[in-house]
Design a protein around this ligand. Sequence first.
Ligand code: KPL
Length: 316
Amino acid sequence: MQIVVYGGGAVGSLFAARLARAGHSILLIARPDHVRAIAERGLRVEGTTEESVRLTAASEIATGSGAEAALLTVKTFDLADAARRLARALPTPVPTLLPQNGLGVETLAEEGLAAGGWRAPADWTVRAVSTVPATWIAPGVVRAAGTGELLLPGPSGTGKDALVGRFERLFAGAGIPTRLVPEFDREVWRKALVNAAINPVTAVRGVPNGRLMDEPLRSEALGLLREALAAARANGFDFSESEAVRDLERIARATATNRSSMLQDIERGRPTEIDAISGELLRRAGAHGLDLPLTRKIIAEVQRRATGRAGRPQPS
Ligand code: KPL
């Protein structure tokens, strides 16, 4: 299958490499230094497997590029713009996967796709939740850092089921564990709770995910998790505290050696997803008259660190 992977950060590059190895024809849209390295040496994946994969990479998508499916793997802050560019280049809509962290991702993507010319973009998007850990090493090199899975919306009895089925087969065939989950909105919140606890603490303290199992960082993460839980409950998603703590511990253990995407962004001097994760929780809690003081404080800390570094904001 011909697939555009729009966004060559750690996760997008890992997905691109796995799909290319499974025999698909991949066009990876990435930053120029990554594109150059891939053209010279292929895309190297370290970690659970050690391999170099040949695939096509470009820093922009040309109009009329053929594709049967797309993965939008840019970060949330670049999503609307990337979606617009994708839709401009592919005037005939294709099934498009959205595996971003955070809440409200579909709206951002669908607005961008509509601005790029797609009619009824919601018919083509498939929201996914990814816990596949990937670390950016250098241009042309990423690391598969532990185990994770791609969760997709369970059968809904609508036209979306066929689209979901295509992505399920695609990823499973590329060796990435997939699982269909009914009540998918709840799954998106479940992941947002975990990200709201893991990502800002690891970003501010500069540690890999597994370090959150030890004090004092465990308590710091649990404080944020409890606030996120209150926001979820106020919005009608009733997780028990023990369930949320179990999710947090499971993902922190499975990705123990990974540096969270937010920490990687800070280390690379790039913008972070703090607004799409913790900022959105704060807004959704605020809509119900709830304040999240620890979340508010750590948002400010992440923002301070993100802007304290050199480097201008750039797309993934
Ligand atoms: O989603 C992640 C992220 O880093 O953004 C986890 C699953 C926490 C892996 O690091």
